[in-house]
Each structure stands twice: as structure tokens, then as C-alpha cells.
Design a protein around this ligand. Structure first.
Ligand code: GLY
Length: 351
């Protein structure tokens, strides 16, 4: 078992432990300081696997539970579901003393966190991530959101959880493709600032899962402590994401987030090499590791197509866009470039 403290605007623990869901009641009691009513948000994939376990654990520790189940998939991260969930909590008279528990992957965590942020101007919430992506990235750091018609994550808040419990035995039930989506985010951590982690990943991610999740969460905790509101260093976590988001949109979300980010990292690394920022061997190592974890590195779209979508990205600031550039493995920097140069940069990465 590993416990990592995140010191953001509020402090909380991330517990990383095999079968931690069996102790969910005990951990919640400790972090919340007493019993209360708990609204468990989960989805149609996760509910049959883990909802009973979580409910039983909470009930055994004296919590009173109710549940709200959404369809699995990105389409559920909607304003409609946000309103339905908040209405549900209101109809059930949840008070400011009560808690929302988000049991699932990134969609459940982001939607649940945002509902907790706005219901009664803020109730506490607990993240129980069940995917590698949620365990290593989205459940930690307080980015909560829903999607709008104009784009992903356009309505949200920075709102920190009270506790994160990562039971990594839940990763055993993931499809290989969903697991490898999370591997893209894990590899990202190695590339942005941790050569030691990157080297460790060569020995296989699944085989060292507890240690690897802990390394990623510790990096995220350090970054969030320094830049909770995403004004500087936190933007490094967007490596491969500007192009990755454009790939997701071009594919009408047929290409998953992790796969798109893998392609985005490959493109930006190749461009960085062509512009003389990093070595050819760095690019080869990044691409080899992505491919080893079953991730794609060739993109089916052209530079013009990706550029026109990427310039609608929320990371754009006026006529400039901030791009995360690898200067080596374990060393990325934020580089602000004129928007007009982005197309050329993407084209270099696609050559
Ligand atoms: N997932 C990127 C961030 O939390 O900043």
C-alpha cells in the first residue's frame, strides 16, 4: 500500500492498494471524519463489477448510500447528465455534510467532481478510479468538467477531491485496449520529467503497476502543488494533447483519447527532433515504448486538417498557442508559438 499526499488548495491522500475497495468504508470514515449519506456515481460497465462491493463497504462502516448510474462512454459527460445528477441529489435531500463518490474512469470522475463542485456550491467528493488513465491522471489534481457541443471539457471547475482510493485490482477487468490507453498517459509522465520512470517502463507497465501508479501520482501531486490552476508547469501534462485532441475530433471520437495522445506525442517528438530540440534516439525510444504497449504512432490525418481543429483548442491564448516540446526524455518545456506556426510544426512531425 502506498499513500501520497496532495497539497493543493486543500490537502488529501491518494491511497494506492490492491483490493483497497474492500476497505472503502474504513478509508472514507477516516478521511471524512464521520458517517454521512453518500451518492455513488458509476456507469453501466463498472456497476456490475464493483458497485455492490463499494456499497457493502460503505454500509458496513455506517454510511447511508444511494446510487446514480450513467451509460458508459464519453457521451455521458454531458450537461444533461450533470443536471440530472444534481437534481437527483437535490430530490434526495443531500446536504453539505454529504458526499459524492465517483466510481469509474475519467468520465465518471470528471462529471462527478463537477457535480460535487456545483451542488449546494460544493459538497465533498471521493474518487475511486477504475481505469489506468483515471488512476494516474484524471482522478488527481481537481480538474472536473463536462463536455459542451463546441468541445470537450469546456465547462468545469478546479475542485479537489477529499480522498482518492485507487484499487488497482480493478485494472484486471479492463479490455487490453482501455489499459493501453492509460499506458499513453503513463509514458507521458516519463517523457515530461522522469527519465528514471521512462526506463522503468521498459520492463513492462502491468508487471510493476503499484510502483508505476505511485510514481505518476507523485509527479502529478508535485506539479499540482506548484501550479494547481494550470497557469504554467501543469501545462506540461498536455504533452501530445493539442494534436491528440485534434485527432480525436477528426475521428469523431472513434480514436480513443489514449491512442490519440500516443499519436500526438509521436508527432510532437518527431517535430522537436526536426527542429533540433531533441535527439533522434529520443524520438526512437519514445515511439518504441508507445508501440511496445500496443499504441499507434502513425496518424491518419493531414497537417491542415489537424491544424484547423487544434486552433479551436482551449490552450490557445490569443494569437499564440502553448506547445509542450520534448528536449530529451525526462525534459519537456513549454514553448509559446504563433498560432500560424502550428501547422508547420505538425507537418514536420508527420513527414
Ligand atoms: N490531465 C491534465 C491535468 O490534470 O492537468
Amino acid at each position: 500500500m502506498r499513500k501520497i499526499q496532495v497539497n493543493a488548495s486543500s490537502s488529501y491522500n491518494v491511497i494506492i492498494e490492491k483490493d483497497a475497495l474492500l476497505r472503502v468504508g474504513e478509508y472514507c470514515l477516516d478521511a471524512l471524519g464521520g458517517t454521512c449519506r453518500v451518492c455513488i456515481l458509476t456507469d453501466t460497465n463498472v456497476a456490475p463489477l464493483y458497485l455492490d462491493k463499494v456499497k457493502k463497504g460503505l454500509l458496513a462502516s455506517g454510511f447511508d448510500t444511494l446510487e446514480f448510474i450513467i451509460e458508459s462512454g464519453e457521451a455521458s459527460k454531458s450537461t444533461e447528465n450533470l443536471v440530472r445528477l444534481v437534481e437527483f441529489m437535490a430530490e434526495n435531500r443531500l446536504t453539505r455534510k454529504d458526499v459524492l463518490v465517483a466510481l469509474g474512469g475519467g468520465v465518471v470522475g470528471d462529471l462527478g467532481g463537477f457535480a460535487a463542485a456545483v451542488y449546494l456550491r460544493g459538497i465533498r467528493f471521493v474518487q475511486l478510479p477504475t481505469t489506468l488513465l483515471a488512476a494516474t491522471d484524471s482522478s488527481v489534481g481537481g480538474k472536473t468538467a463536462v463536455d459542451l457541443k463546441a468541445g470537450k471539457n469546456l465547462m468545469g471547475a478546479f475542485y479537489q477531491p477529499t480522498l482518492v482510493i485507487c484499487d488497482y485490482s480493478t485494472l484486471d477487468t479492463l479490455d487490453a485496449e482501455v489499459f493501453s490507453d492509460g499506458c499513453a498517459e503513463v509514458i507521458k509522465y516519463g517523457v515530461i520529467g522522469n527519465r528514471k520512470l521512462f526506463d522503468k517502463l521498459q520492463n513492462g507497465i502491468a508487471a510493476q503497476i503499484e510502483e508505476i501508479i505511485a510514481d505518476c501520482v507523485q509527479m502529478k501531486a508535485d506539479i499540482v502543488e506548484e501550479d494547481e490552476h494550470d497557469n504554467g508547469k501543469r501545462q506540461l501534462l498536455n504533452l501530445g494533447h493539442t494534436v491528440g485532441h485534434a485527432i480525436e475530433v477528426c475521428s469523431e471520437f472513434e480514436i480513443s483519447h489514449g491512442r490519440a495522445v500516443a499519436m500526438g506525442m509521436a508527432i510532437i517528438s518527431k517535430a522537436a527532433y526536426k527542429l533540433g530540440y531533441c535527439k533522434k534516439e529520443d524520438v526512437e525510444e519514445i515511439i518504441a515504448l508507445l508501440e511496445k504497449e500496443g499504441l499507434p504512432t502513425e496518424c491518419p490525418y493531414g497537417a491542415d486538417e489537424l491544424f484547423s481543429v487544434a486552433t479551436a483548442d482551449k490552450k490557445r491564448a490569443g494569437d499564440e498557442i502553448c506547445v509542450v516540446i520534448p528536449f530529451g526524455i525526462g525534459e519537456c518545456r513549454l514553448v509559446r508559438i504563433p498560432v500560424s506556426e502550428l501547422c508547420g510544426l505538425i507537418a514536420k512531425g508527420l513527414e
